[in-house]
Design a binder for this molecule. Sequence first.
Ligand SMILES: Cc1cc2nc3c(=O)[nH]c(=O)nc-3n(C[C@H](O)[C@H](O)[C@H](O)COP(=O)(O)OP(=O)(O)OC[C@H]3O[C@@H](n4cnc5c(N)ncnc54)[C@H](O)[C@@H]3O)c2cc1C
Length: 384
Amino acid sequence: MTILAPVRLTQRIVVVGGGVLGTMHAVMARRRGYEVVHLEREAEARGASVRNFGLVWVSGRRAGAELGLALRARELWQELAAAVPGLGFRPAGSLTLATDDAELQVLKEAAGLPDADRRRFELLDPGGVREVNPALRGELAGGLLCRADAIVEPRQVLPALRGHLKGDGYQWLPGREVTEIAPNAVRDHTGAWHQCDLVVLCTGAAFTGVTGRYQRFLARDGVRRVRLQMMQTAPLAERLTTAVADGDSLRYYPAYELPGRSQLAPQPPVAARARAQLLLVQRADGGLTIGDTHEYEEPFAFDVDSDAYDHLLGRAAALLGAPVPRVQRRWAGVYSETQPAAGQPAAGHALYHRSEPEPGVVLVTGPGGRGMTCAPAIAEETFR
Ligand SMILES: Cc1cc2nc3c(=O)[nH]c(=O)nc-3n(C[C@H](O)[C@H](O)[C@H](O)COP(=O)(O)OP(=O)(O)OC[C@H]3O[C@@H](n4cnc5c(N)ncnc54)[C@H](O)[C@@H]3O)c2cc1C
């Protein structure tokens, strides 16, 4: 007779970090019936998860695992939105716009990808673009509609999800910085211990403090930090029916690693310097979130660069064919991303970092610019 060792089920989970990854881990843990204690060092999360566009972005994902993860996440966002209207989920789709023949050629190639149907791509001429999104009155060569893309409201998502979790089995503890991890417990800066069966660390781009001791695990996936500049305008008088990306986005997203990409004209120096691409999303209140830039070298600037903002505003006005409303807010945000070693292919590299740096501790970070999109699917994978 075989005697089986007793299986100890995880009952209580401490999630560290109130960003979208931590909050989605809390959601998925509660779905499985675990009790969750959720700690955040700030009074309210103020990291990448509230500074982003709120784009649930399927269109530019690399074929294969990355696209699969984004599509699963898109399903989960939609499913969650049915229960949590406060997410502001809109299955609005996106338009990636071409203003010259070289950009149009990349869009044509993308529309012919074997997985174009899964992305729900459709190539449109300028008339077709305006039928879908009449606010785009600028000079265009065409556009790629991606019906799979969606939008959420980043400033609402976290409190809305916590409101959904509220009740027995979920405890939200803001203003508590975790400073120590011991077997089956964490201690916060007030000295309070929180007992648990599993710690899930979703500490975002914080690579010091309690996560600092796990640097060698992060290094395994080449996790680095990236800083982006963003802005938001006063409300635009009309609705923008889709999210919008300009032709520069074709340079950065892996789905567009296509033959036509090598024929794109060089970016203007200011855009090349800032590694800028235009992404434009209308908020629920009508304001436009506009970005972004990419800074990879640390130490990052502590101030924001007006030249990059001027460039992005010029691009937005050209696509709208109208002046952009006054900018009311400017900010920068930092995310963490996995990165292959120099000379190694990006395809097949970890899409995000998950490790178990010690028994009973799981560290999840590094989803990069796809973190808002993929967070629900990443959290689902942690508990699978
Ligand atoms: C400007 C910008 C635009 C972006 N746009 C998009 C987009 O449109 N779509 C998309 O898919 N992705 C986008 N991203 C990426 C996405 O926002 C991130 O990948 C994602 O938000 C990361 O979530 P996170 O929970 O890991 O990190 P964060 O949101 O940074 O959360 C980590 C949290 O952990 C807390 N914390 C850290 N240490 C401790 C500790 N010791 N104790 C307690 N709490 C702690 C921090 O205070 C913080 O609140 C964008 C990112 C930026 C910066």
